[in-house]
Design a binder for this molecule. Structure first.
Ligand code: NAD
Ligand code: MG
Length: 389
């Protein structure tokens, strides 16, 4: 029986992971859950269904509200709070796998704590690898544990790499949908609203990653994620737009052969792969890809002029410095401001560049450097946004 802890259980990834676990109760068991403060009703329902040993919520108020919601049930469990609670869930002694389905930099500390305890990580929370990739991966090596990617592109590459040496690879090809503005002209993109940005053509996801998919920052963050995860030269990681989202990414070998992973655009597939790894299990849920019905697969070069965030992230990806952490943390603040309609869509790359231009990089950063860079980037981004509006 695989015993699983989930941080971010009430989000898009967390919910789909629980669907997968619910369909395989003979092999997978939930032992600990953590969620944010806006989803307590859902967390209470998850507790009723999966009966974890412990849960964590952000603060005492949320813990009280959750206790009230569980009042009429006979469920007994520890309700923990704050960063300590999150770490307790991530490191729960009964679990052998942690799914990081939390959004943003908040994933860094609990993920590190879990790796220190030798847990296998099913990693959806890409921001952790973007901000602290070298620290995370050297700890993974030291502790002899593993990270199994959940991000669909990285899951695809992980599957394609099976049995091959990294030294035999010429390029990693990350595919992207192109987002909701793939066919929009510059003027339309400049005037895009929050509603427009949240209308993703292929995937239903949390709001932050959906906006990142509209700016193509998501693909940029994924280059940095892939760099650390596969210990691969970032200059050899290519991006190609694959609007149907059937080819989830590919590996090009030194002999010119390319191996890709195909599937329907359904996050339950990479979640399923990560939860069962190194085994494969029957995927009983929903339709399957029928190659005879696939009448076209198209590919396009990404347009860096209309999507400058991709270029910005691609440049940062080449560095081993605090710049990636700053890029990520500033992006979190800037995307939130866009979602609150405090800035326009076109202000996102502009404000991001302003933060990066002001940043004094620290090379080969340690955890302290990263934590400092995170706070600096948030303050700087907030100040730049304030001056903009
Ligand atoms: P989401 O916003 O839908 O869910 C985030 C979850 O984290 C929620 O349960 C929320 O309550 C919880 N959370 C947020 N802050 C928290 C905190 N401080 N403490 C405890 N819990 C907290 O996000 P999502 O779309 O599920 O994405 C989650 C992660 O997976 C992100 O890093 C994203 O980039 C990555 N990812 C998502 C998808 C997708 O299809 N949704 C695909 C690939 C990668
Ligand atoms: Mg992805």
């Amino acid at each position: 029986m695989k015993k699983i802890a989930i941080i971010g259980s009430t989000g898009s990834i967390g919910r789909q992971a629980l669907e997968v676990i619910g369909a395989h109760r003979d092999k997978l068991k939930v032992v600990a859950l953590a969620a944010g403060k806006n989803s307590l009703d859902e967390l209470a329902q998850q507790i009723n269904v999966f009966a974890p040993d412990i849960v964590s919520v952000p603060n005492g108020q949320a813990a009280g509200d959750l206790r009230a919601l569980l009042n009429n049930t006979k469920i007994k469990l520890d309700i923990l709070v704050g960063e300590e609670g999150l770490e307790a869930v991530a490191t729960h002694s009964e679990s052998n796998l942690l799914l990081t389905a939390i959004v943003g930099f908040a994933g860094v500390k609990p993920t590190l704590a879990a790796i220190k305890k030798g847990k296998t990580i099913a990693l959806a929370n890409k921001e952790t690898l973007v901000a602290a990739g070298s620290i995370i991966m050297s700890l993974v090596k030291e502790k002899g544990t593993k990270i199994i990617p959940v991000d669909s592109e990285h899951s695809a590459i992980h599957q394609c790499l099976s049995g091959y040496a990294i030294s035999d690879i010429r390029h990693l090809w990350l595919t992207g949908s192109g987002g909701p503005f793939r066919t929009w002209n510059q003027k339309q993109i400049d005037n895009a609203t929050v509603k427009d940005a949240l209308q993703h053509p292929n995937w239903s996801m949390g709001k932050k990653i959906t906006v990142d998919s509209a700016t193509l920052m998501n693909k940029g963050l994924e280059i940095i994620e892939a760099r650390w995860l596969f210990d691969f030269d970032p200059r050899k990681i290519k991006v190609v737009i694959q609007p149907q989202q059937i080819l989830h990414s590919a590996v090009e070998f030194c002999d010119g052969s390319i191996i890709g992973q195909f599937g329907l655009p359904d996050m339950k597939l990479p979640i399923h792969y990560a939860l069962f790894y190194p085994h494969r299990a029957e995927f009983a849920d929903g339709p399957r890809l029928n190659l005879c019905e696939l009448n076209s697969l198209t590919f396009e070069t990404p347009d860096y002029d209309r999507f400058p965030c991709l270029k910005i992230a691609q440049e940062v990806a080449k560095e081993d410095s605090t710049a990636a952490c700053v890029l990520n943390s500033a992006n979190e603040i800037i995307v939130e401001a866009f979602l609150q309609e405090r800035i326009r869509f076109k202000d996102i790359p502009v404000s991001l560049m302003r933060v990066l231009d002001k940043h004094n990089r620290v090379a080969s950063p340690d955890l302290e450097d990263i934590l400092e860079a995170d706070l600096w980037a948030r303050d700087e981004a907030a100040a730049i946004l304030k001056a903009m509006v």
